[in-house]
Design a binder for this molecule. Structure first.
Ligand code: DAH
Length: 431
């Protein structure tokens, strides 16, 4: 079940499926949680990585992390490829001249000027977190699909690459922080298209209230928090987008109740820009906050940047091509990106009989492992089951570089590797 959603919004018209005791229940969590709503076997470990140079260590906020600690061929739970390991520590959000950093700084400016710098900022917390931090602490149910190996990168059974910045809420509360913004890179196994990339950036906001904050008003504490939250985020949207039309949509997140999404009217369409809500009491109580309410929000920086800077393809954020990087300057919000070229795409189809363990995320990981950022999109274009009950999928792979023309030979070579590896690793039968 793929419901298209732009990843970096993250939120949530896209639904996920929770396999609950009373049947199939859908709820939204985050748009990238995820297309294939089934538990499935992990991608068999790749021994040979094709497109990426093997990086042996990365530096995250001054701490050196060795490849062997994160990419483990000997652990069947580990599904972190080298292409993902090499992204740890890149921290695009800390580059002031990068669109992601420019937006982060614009949001900081909004909070600094409206809340007298009360919001503390965290932006170099390690993306390697425990499953407790990523899921349990924020009340993600034990059978939530986002916990599957199909959706999340696992280092080992207790350790993941965070799939949202909400993973830091509880630890910061426990350490005594009450108003904060957490920005960071987050990781999700996903499909491939112009708006989905396995690494993207989020900002989490959190604000705790005490009884004296709502006692003065006549309304109850939850309503007080919800109203304050909406006022804050409407102001933020105006700060970023100008005088836009907005609307609130009720939704579901495991960590908030009530939960909302904010949509803005942009280029003749409603666009989700963030998810938020009043924090579940369970989260506050775990941190010893028995008499409080809080609000929280999470937003996807790529989504905002694609809209504000007119950036057409999410891969561009990772480009070091001067023709991209030189177009942005510190503090320059909303400069319109001028595409420097559009090289021709090359389409290749691949058909195979799938097995029960097949998932589209696993297939996409194989394609990315071989073609890296030369793959623009992977689309299911045909799907049928024959009389014997065998199911066939045909995928169209769009190869296109953003920086140069690809040669036929190069693309044929990539496609032939995809065919080999898909057969070898995914237990499918090529047609
Ligand atoms: N963690 C959510 C996601 O990744 C976004 C989110 C929604 C964060 C609601 C929040 C929140 O703090 O209250 O999609």
């Amino acid at each position: 079940m793929t419901i298209f959603s732009v990843q970096s919004t993250i939120f949530s018209r896209a639904s996920v499926v929770l396999l609950s005791s009373n049947g199939l229940k859908r709820f939204s969590f985050a748009s990238s949680f995820s297309s294939n709503a089934v538990y499935s076997s992990p991608l068999p470990k790749t021994k040979k990585r094709r497109c990426y140079p093997i990086v042996s260590a990365v530096d995250i906020a001054g701490v050196t992390i060795a490849r062997n600690d994160v990419v483990r061929d000997d652990d069947p739970t580990n599904n972190v490829p080298d292409s993902i390991f090499s992204k740890l520590g890149m921290q695009l959000h800390r580059r002031d001249k990068h669109p992601i950093g420019i937006i982060k700084n614009a949001i900081y400016d909004y909070f600094d000027s409206n809340y007298a710098k009360e919001f503390e900022k965290f932006e170099d917390l390690s993306p390697i977190v425990s499953t407790k931090q990523n899921f349990d602490d924020v009340l993600v149910p034990a059978d939530h699909v986002s916990r599957s190996l199909n959706d999340t990168y696992y280092v080992d059974p207790q350790t993941v690459l965070r799939c949202h910045t909400s993973a830091h809420q509880a630890e910061l509360l426990r350490k005594g922080h009450r108003r904060f913004l957490v920005t960071g890179d987050v990781y999700r196994r996903d499909s491939i298209d112009a708006t989905h990339y396995p690494v993207f950036h989020q900002m989490e906001g959190f604000c705790v209230f005490s009884p004296e904050d709502w006692n003065e008003s006549d309304i109850d504490s939850t309503l007080h928090a919800a109203e304050d939250l909406k006022k804050c985020l409407e102001g933020l949207a105006r700060h970023l987008f100008g005088a836009v039309e907005m609307r609130w949509v009720d939704t579901y997140f495991p960590f908030t109740n009530p939960s909302f999404e904010l949509e803005i009217y942009f280029k003749e369409d409603w666009l989700e820009v963030l998810g938020c809500g009043v924090t579940e009491q369970g989260i506050l109580k775990q941190s010893g906050l028995d008499n409080n309410v809080a609000w929280a929000f999470g937003l996807g920086l790529e989504r905002l940047a694609m809209v504000l800077f007119d950036i057409p393809d999410i891969r561009l954020f990772w480009s070091s091509d001067e023709r991209f990087t030189s177009q942005f300057g510190k503090g320059e919000l909303g400069v319109k990106f001028k595409p420097f070229s559009k090289y021709p795409p090359c389409y290749k189809d691949i058909s195979f009989w799938i097995s029960d363990s097949f998932t589209e995320n696993n297939f996409c990981e194989v394609v990315r492992g071989i073609a890296g950022d030369l793959v623009e999109e992977v689309k299911l274009i045909d799907n049928f089951t024959n009389k014997k009950g065998m199911t066939s999928h045909c995928y169209r792979i769009v190869f296109r570089s953003m920086e140069r023309s690809l040669t036929d030979e190069e693309v044929n070579n990539l496609q032939s590797k995809v065919r080999d590896e898909v057969q070898r690793k995914l237990n499918v039968e090529l047609r």
